[in-house]
Design a protein around this ligand. Sequence first.
Ligand SMILES: [Zn+2]
Ligand SMILES: [Zn+2]
Length: 77
Amino acid sequence: MVAGKRQRDYNFSSGGMDYACQFCARMFRTKSNCWSHEQMHLGNTTCHLCNKVFSFMQALHRHNATVHAPQQSPKKF
Ligand SMILES: [Zn+2]
Ligand SMILES: [Zn+2]
């Protein structure tokens, strides 16, 4: 077991990037951004329709809304 409570050096020029990805140690400014990124490592940002992998959940959602857009157009075809 590894002690996970390590003091962070806030003098480090992280530019406010206080959240680290637990998979690749990439730093993020907000916890939600970090979480969203970690979903990529968990395979949750993979498009199930075309198997494309995105870096963020938002990117996948935008991809689905554009590339695989359901019939949301208010106009007819
Ligand atoms: Zn990562
Ligand atoms: Zn897709």
